[in-house]
Design a protein around this ligand. Structure first.
Ligand code: ADP
Ligand code: ASP
Ligand code: MG
Length: 389
């Protein structure tokens, strides 16, 4: 008998019918003789809906109250899933993160799990219950509700698996594994049977939202066996592990879309200091008064710098991940420019090559980089893969 932690994302619990089907999958795991602890996201679209409500009250909502609001989505789905299991005659109990003992720091909206007091979960598991824990939430040491950043239910699941010493952490989502790039944007992507923690971490960090970046780091640090699977179909999914059997060459292309290039009428030195302190400035070009920030920072930044802002445009980052991609910068940039894609900037880090382009060129650029550099079924020989952000 094994202890399995399963996580179901928003689309997987997006309707009553989907929740019923998730409960069947959980029951089938239990019938194979396993204990099951489940982490669940809010129903698809719910966290965005709550965010919109908050923005109707304030352009820049107060972080503590925002977490109080956003965490509500997960409380609905855990209860519905428990009700569905109960209705099918299965013992199940839902727990908020507070009840489940998930302690975080107090960085509202982007908290980090510090430890989990697993006693209550273990007691229920020992009594034969399926324990369903609200993903994405935590509590700080003063009892305030925190949230773990968008996509944070993945991290809840991995942290639970680590704390409970589970045999496997299974992330069920709306695709049947990790692909060489986002299969919804890029043609001819390939599902990876296995991928290393380090490559997956680079992909996630560069925008492949199939796994939240922190969840991969946590699994890597705690040696959690992590697998991405479809909640819609059966299959082996993708195993994220230390030493995959495949995984030489270019592994994937990650895409990050929500960036803004903000051009200003000059900065004072103290304004630059403030920018660096307050906002996640990804790039600054002081010579031409340009900064690149995540879209999420914009409303706050607009309030502080409105009179300075001259122009705003959307950018995307495409990141190729894999062996020797550092040496492919000239070739990648030439390919893109030959296809009329303007490059704002490119950068190289160990095992990753990022290219920043206008948002409007993203799909074309992704297609070009993926088919030229990434390993696909058709081009296994050249051992290449791309990730787009
Ligand atoms: P969930 O709600 O289940 O957490 P997400 O929307 O957060 O699901 O993550 C799944 C999505 O991640 C997929 O629908 C896909 O569009 C996107 N994605 C981005 N990059 C990849 C990739 N390399 N492989 C698979 N999916 C990816
Ligand atoms: N519901 C949260 C979000 O939409 C957390 C998650 O889905 O993992 O970001
Ligand atoms: Mg997700």
């Amino acid at each position: 008998m094994a202890l399995i932690v399963q996580k179901y994302g928003g689309t997987s619990v997006g309707s009553v019918e989907r929740i019923q089907s998730v409960s069947e999958r959980i029951i089938s795991t239990q019938q194979q003789g396993h204990d099951v602890v489940v982490a669940v996201s809010a129903m698809a679209g719910e966290t965005n809906r709550l965010m919109n409500l908050a923005n109707q009250m304030s352009e820049v909502p107060e972080p503590r109250e925002l977490d109080m609001l956003l965490s509500a989505g997960e409380q609905v789905s855990i209860a519905l899933l428990a009700l569905s299991l109960n209705q099918k005659g299965i013992k199940a109990i839902s727990l908020t993160a507070d009840q489940a003992g998930i302690y975080t720091n107090n960085r509202f909206n982007d908290a980090t799990i510090e430890h989990i007091e697993t006693d209550l979960i273990t007691q229920w598991v020992d009594k034969g219950y399926i324990v369903i824990v609200a993903g994405f939430q935590g509590r700080d040491k003063n009892g305030n509700i925190t949230t773990l950043g968008r996509g944070g239910s993945d991290t809840t699941a991995v942290a639970l698996a680590a704390a409970l010493n589970a045999d496997e952490c299974q992330i069920f989502t709306d695709v049947d594994g990790v692909y060489s790039s986002d299969p919804r944007f890029v043609p001819n992507t390939r599902r990876l049977k296995e991928i290393s923690f380090s490559d997956m971490h680079l992909l996630a960090k560069s925008g492949a939202k199939v796994l939240q970046e922190h969840s991969v780091a946590h699994a890597w640090n705690s040696s959690v066996t992590l697998r991405v699977l479809s909640s819609f179909d059966d299959g082996e999914g993708t195993l994220i592990c230390e030493q995959p059997v495949e995984g030489k060459g270019v592994i994937g292309l990650a895409l990050k879309q929500d960036l803004l290039l903000i051009e200003c009428n000059g900065f004072l030195e103290e304004e630059l200091t403030e920018l660096r302190k307050q906002y996640r400035v990804l790039i600054e070009r002081c010579d031409c008064f340009q900064i690149v920030v995540p879209k999420a920072a914009f409303l706050q930044l607009k309030l502080a710098f409105s009179t300075k802002i001259r122009n705003i445009s959307s950018l995307s980052i495409l990141t190729l991940v894999g062996d020797k991609v550092e040496g492919m910068a000239d070739s990648a940039c030439n390919q893109l420019m030959a296809n009329c894609v303007d490059i704002y900037q490119h950068s190289i880090e160990p095992k990753s090559l990022s290219v920043i382009v206008n948002q409007a060129d993203l799909e074309r650029a992704a297609d070009i980089l993926h088919k030229t550099f990434v390993i696909t079924e058709q081009s296994q020989d050249n051992n290449l893969m791309i990730a787009v952000s």
